[in-house]
Design a protein. Structure first.
Length: 443
RNA sequence: GCCCCCAUCGUCUAGCGGUCCAGGACACGGGCUUUUCAAGCCCGCGACACGGGUUCGAGUCCCGUUGGGGGCACCA
């Protein structure tokens, strides 16, 4: 233990740019990152773009943006496509030492093949215990494709060795590659990193999440940003999906995660992605955010929906204040304030039936129009006073007055306290909407 | 088919042989609060897959069964 701490930990995240960064990949990146930071080590990002057919620049961009959004700062970034000379070099060395040979295929052309160890290979996994497999009957391994590019197993091993990777954190689905890679490392004379194979993330129906089934779950990391999730919430959630600090602690910021994270505490069992829990966590982070910060986020989200925004800061801030504890995602904010930003309110038919149509409701609304008309100060408190006045004069409960008004003003039965809601809407618009609601009721 | 991995409430998990008639969180049900909805607080529901061992004692160790997942490319 003491000696271990003298060696600098180096981890890496090695995605291939053949698709958007998957949340499962994001979690792998997170675990690698957390472990490196926890150990005061280095975190390397390595783009494994050796598949000419499938690699795309847009995916590289997507991966970089995802990593950046999550706040996983890396110390180095490498592109395998820029290291071709290195792989060729090592392939030659393996041929010189007799461990690799050329093979010609009639259709595909010439490639280089590595003679794997005819042996039982094992390693002590950081997440599991000892894992091993007899690869003596496995076929030899192609290390350089006929297009001159290295195969995954080869480039990965060369880079892990050259970059001094001490801990490889990767998905469970790589377990079967590991013996071959170890065999390659031996032949190259490198030192084996410690492998930590983390469990996969599953859909609610237990299928592998990266196999896009007809689930409604989004798999692209950036989609969660677009849906209004906060990176700190996603990180916290992903961290908990397969790891726990050991106690009852659940809400942890990045610093805390770094402090507590160890590979030894990563679970072996695959975990189901539970959107409800993510939502809860996100809501919890939203509630904790400062009003100013949250307002910034909400403004950005609003701008994805509306091309231009004509609200002043004070009003927007007040809207955010009213909704802060009511939203689970930033997108919820857009939905919840739709009545404010659009002039043609969509009246929910159920709501209208229940709170506008009844005679009593209409009388109340008429009365409210009367009272509001003579108001100069349309503040929350004045509104509240007038509404309470009407309530007691009519011998009603406050809800019986508030709900018709709420439906008239917002189109729905749900909103922040009604006095605040219409105060920010303004007297003119409020009156207009009450009249509009009444006209609908008269049809 | 062959090989590998895994197995505690619906879900995420705590548990590393006795302190567990199994703890927490989300979800769900109920209540309080209340100007609707949230938020908050309280209560409830709810699990050690099964069968053998080992042991004075097993959720915890071993074996098997079953179940789930993953891998078997000149893809990563």
């Amino acid at each position: 233990m003491v000696q271990e701490s003298l060696i600098m930990v180096v981890t890496r995240f090695a995605p291939s740019p053949t698709g958007e960064l998957h949340v499962g990949g994001a979690r792998t990146a997170l675990y690698s990152y957390l472990y490196a930071r926890h150990s005061n080590g280095k975190f390397i990002l390595r783009i494994e773009d050796t598949d000419l057919e499938r690699s795309k620049q847009e995916y590289v961009d997507n991966i970089l943006r995802s990593i950046d959004w999550l706040g996983l700062e890396y110390d180095e970034i490498h592109y395998q496509s820029k290291r071709l000379d290195i792989y060729n070099d090592y392939a030659k060395k393996l041929m010189d030492s007799g461990r690799a040979y050329k093979r010609v295929d009639a259709d595909k052309g010439e490639c280089i093949v590595f003679k794997i160890d005819r042996d039982y290979i094992y390693w002590d996994d950081a997440v599991h215990e000892r894992i091993g497999r007899d690869i003596s009957k496995d076929p030899d391994l192609v290390i350089v494709k006929s297009d001159g590019y290295p195969t995954y197993n080869f480039a990965c091993v060369v880079d892990d060795t050259l970059m001094g990777i001490t801990h490889v954190v990767r998905g469970n689905d790589h377990i079967s590659n590991t013996p071959k890679q170890i065999s390659l490392i031996r032949a190259l004379g490198g030192a084996c990193p410690i492998y930590g194979h983390i469990p996969l993330i599953l859909n609610p129906d237990m299928s592998k999440m990266s196999k896009r089934e007809e689930t409604s779950l989004e798999t692209a990391t950036l989609k969660y940003r677009d849906e209004g999730y906060l990176p700190e919430a996603l990180i916290n959630f992903l961290a908990l999906l397969g790891w726990s600090p050991g106690g009852d602690l659940e809400i942890m910021d990045k610093e805390t995660l770094i402090k507590l994270f160890t590979l030894e505490r990563v679970n072996k069992k695959s975990a189901v992605f539970d959107l409800a829990k993510l939502k809860w966590l996100n809501g919890s982070y939203i509630r904790k955010k400062s009003l100013d910060d949250l307002t910034l986020e909400c403004r950005a989200m609003l701008l994805t929906r509306f091309n231009k925004l004509s609200v002043n800061d004070a009003i927007l801030k007040e809207l955010v204040r009213q909704n802060q504890e009511r939203m689970k995602t930033l997108r919820d904010f857009v939905d919840q304030t739709k009545f404010f930003f659009t002039d043609d309110v969509e009246y929910n038919s159920e709501a209208v039936k229940a709170y506008i149509l009844p005679d009593q409701s209409r009388q109340i609304l008429l009365e409210i129009i009367d009272s509001f008309n003579s108001m100069n100060d349309f503040s929350k408190d004045s509104i509240s006073a007038i509404l309470k006045d009407i309530t007691s004069k009519k011998g009603l409960k406050f809800v019986q007055v508030a709900q018709p008004l709420r439906v008239a003003a917002t189109g729905n039965t749900i909103s922040p306290p009604i006095d605040e809601t219409i105060s920010i809407l303004g007297k003119e618009k409020t009156l207009q909407r009450i009249k509009k609601a009444l006209s609908i009721a008269n049809k």
